[in-house]
Design a protein around this ligand. Structure first.
Ligand code: GGG
Length: 357
């Protein structure tokens, strides 16, 4: 069976880490005899916007909907296009139109990486952030009034639906149930945000009744972020709204030493539409073009994609290869965010060689 992968590198370091993601995929495909077919798309980046006045062509949905997965790099180049236009014009369209309502973001302290938190060893931090991915604070409902005057007003609504909350909670509880600790933490701010967040809490309580083996903690987002830094070992599966999940899934990897290693899967669990796999990091214009971006977030996302496509063994082999190269800690191979003097390519090649076995 051939898996058809749509490849969209996007902007900035997305174009630099993508070749290393593909190199890792190729190595895994060869070793495990997996048939992958790629098609590269030149849209979904800010240069495309400058040429066409939009991030995607009108028929993007039809062009992409029959692929088995989308492999994505990063989006955004604020000097060319305001960030909210590039994001809403590309990535958020994919998430919404392909109903990728789960954003799954593993957070693990890898061997050989020094956590900025004192006394943390590999194995101490190992949890998932499950982020609601199609509604919540990321809503396009709102508007402006009296623009350009002193009475200027801007309003943007948060949208939470019972369906939207229940389906992300179900995914998170199911995941927690498969984990040894069976622990779920829910992030809200129900004291200050007095309608949507208490509603989320109610849905958590309702869902928890179906999962008696899962222990449930609820935290307000402010103290939860503090606890990510002070007690990252407390967490197992953390579920939150679109915005809170986004923040937690940057903070979590930062606690593990570098956001450069963090992967993500934007999943349509029903398989009606393709799911999308991308590093958590953005396009990082400050280091783009230097060849020093860490490719591990992209490579680990490739592992998640293979697992999603049914190739668990190949996904595990990629993660093992990442861990082995990190544990070795060769400064000539590792990128500067890992305290090395290597490049995107040197790190990507080392991992691909290890995957090949
Ligand atoms: N590779 C992911 C990426 O480019 N992220 C840019 C970003 O700002 N994303 C916001 C989000 O995930 O909601």
């Amino acid at each position: 069976m051939t898996h058809r992968i749509a490849v969209i590198a996007g902007d900035g370091i997305g174009t630099e880490v993508m070749p290393e993601g593909l190199r890792a995929l190729e190595a895994a495909a060869k070793r495990f005899d997996i048939d992958l077919e790629y098609r590269h798309f030149e849209f979904g980046n800010c240069d495309y916007y400058l040429e066409h006045g939009q991030m995607l062509p009108d028929d993007w949905f039809d062009q992409l909907k029959d692929f088995d997965a989308l492999f994505y790099g990063a989006v955004g180049w604020p000097e060319k296009v305001p960030d909210h236009i590039s994001l809403w014009g590309s990535l958020l369209q994919f998430r919404r139109r392909f109903d990728q309502y789960i954003n799954l973001r593993p957070c693990r302290l890898m061997p050989g990486i020094k956590s900025p938190l004192a006394d943390r060893q590999s194995g101490d931090i190992d949890f998932y952030v499950v982020r609601e991915n199609t509604e919540g604070e990321y809503s396009s409902i709102g508007g402006k009034m009296f623009e350009g005057t002193e009475r200027e007003v801007v309003i943007q609504e948060t949208v939470m639906t019972r369906t939207g909350i229940d389906r992300v909670l179900k995914y998170a509880f199911d995941l927690a149930q498969t984990r040894p600790r069976k622990k779920l933490t829910s992030a809200t701010k129900s004291n200050g945000i007095s309608i949507t967040m208490p509603y989320w809490d109610e849905r958590v309580e309702e869902m928890a009744k179906k999962y008696p083996e899962v222990s449930v903690d609820k935290f307000h987002i402010d103290i939860l972020t503090a606890n990510f830094v002070m007690h990252p070992d407390w967490f197992d599966v953390v579920v939150g709204s679109n915005l809170f999940g986004d923040i937690l899934s940057d903070l979590g990897p930062a606690c593990t030493g570098t956001i450069g290693v963090a992967p993500s899967a934007n999943i349509n669990p029903e398989g009606t539409f393709p799911s999308l796999f991308e590093p958590v990091h953005g396009s990082a214009p400050d280091i783009a073009g230097k060849g020093i971006a860490n490719p591990i977030g992209q490579i680990w996302s490739a592992a998640m994609m293979l697992e999603h496509l049914g190739h668990q063994e190949a996904g595990t082999a990629i993660v093992d290869a990442i861990e082995s190269v990190l544990a070795e800690g060769d400064a000539q191979t590792l990128t500067p965010d890992l305290r090395g003097q290597g490049s995107t390519e040197s790190l990507g090649k080392a991992i691909a060689e290890r995957i090949a076995g």
